[in-house]
Design a protein around this ligand. Structure first.
Ligand code: HH2
Length: 286
């Protein structure tokens, strides 16, 4: 297994705490969806207490970052108003950050992101790579927090209609590079932008597999790279398994993404992925 060919600068959290990308070290982001309709866990953590307990369990299982979202982005989904996202995520973010956990907020809304930061969130995770809300780049620049820029072909409502690319790997790379430069032009520190190919966001099974296979080309840009394969449809297409049975496939694909140079993986079942990562690390270090 190859280690990461590049070592980006650490992510700098509020208060100066660092998330360093040491050789061979992977960060695991655990998913906390406070939605009624997320594709794999919708409705399970609507109650803030249940969501906080779930986040704590993910940290106990080894999660380094908790990604709290109040809007499903599954294919075909409708946008959720900021007011409703806030109602869902704020108590959960407040509860988890008051316990000392590192929280990212999964939103494309600058208003939601700003309020989340105010109650302790440390990272902004924007599946539109700062495109859906014109205020987002300014907010990230002003707050100085690390931000994740993910590729999606379009809004969740239409992204899976008929996804086409000239060359999926090059097209996604070009797009993420453009978004990185837009972030830098807006005054965001280059090293604080995490790039994500957006597995499942306007992509066929073949597109997703090509992006994973050629992940080293994205890693070669020198930015931190996040990959989210968790329970996604392409894993169902490969294994024939239903959404709730895809954690083994998730762990395998996450470990492979890390071996190909990813720095952060985003998963629902942290324990399974931690085991897969440990096995990968042991082989690498043998
Ligand atoms: N995938 C999902 C949501 N947010 N963010 C990043 N950066 N990368 C991803 O791959 C990603 C993401 C979809 O997963 P989930 O949150 O479980 O589903 P839903 O959008 O239905 O809530």
């Amino acid at each position: 297994m190859n280690g990461a060919p590049s070592r980006p600068e650490p992510l700098i959290l509020k208060g100066g705490r660092l998330l360093p990308f040491e050789a061979g070290r992977a960060w695991v982001m655990g998913v906390v969806n406070t939605t009624p309709d997320s594709f794999s866990d919708g409705g399970r953590y609507l109650d803030p207490e249940a969501a906080i307990a779930h986040g704590r369990a993910l940290v106990a299982a080894g999660a380094d970052i908790l990604d709290v979202g109040g809007e499903s982005t599954r294919p075909g989904s409708e946008p959720v108003p900021a007011s409703e996202q806030l109602r869902r995520v704020l108590p959960v973010i407040e509860g988890l950050t008051s316990l000392g956990h590192v929280v990212s907020v999964d939103t494309t809304s600058a208003e939601v992101a700003a309020r989340a930061l105010a109650v302790g969130a440390q990272i902004i995770n924007d599946i539109s790579a700062f495109r859906f809300d014109p205020e987002m780049l300014g907010l990230i620049a002003a707050s100085g927090v690390p931000a994740i820029a993910m590729h999606t072909l379009g809004p969740p409502k239409t992204m899976q209609a008929d996804p086409r690319y000239v060359d999926v790997v090059q097209d996604v790379l070009n797009h993420l590079n453009e978004r990185l430069e837009a972030a830098v032009a807006a005054g965001i520190r280059r090293g604080q932008v995490v790039l994500d190919p957006g597995i499942g966001f306007g992509k066929t099974v073949a597109h997703n597999l090509a992006l994973l296979k050629h992940l080293p080309r994205l890693v070669a840009l020198g930015q931190p790279v996040l990959v989210g394969t968790s329970r996604k449809r392409f894993l169902g297409a490969i294994t024939g398994r239903e959404v709730e049975e895809r954690d083994a496939a998730t762990a395998a694909s996450s470990a492979i993404a890390l071996a190909l140079g990813a720095h952060i993986v985003r998963v629902h079942d942290v324990a399974a992925t931690i085991d897969a990562i440990r096995v990968g690390a042991a082989i690498r270090d043998a």
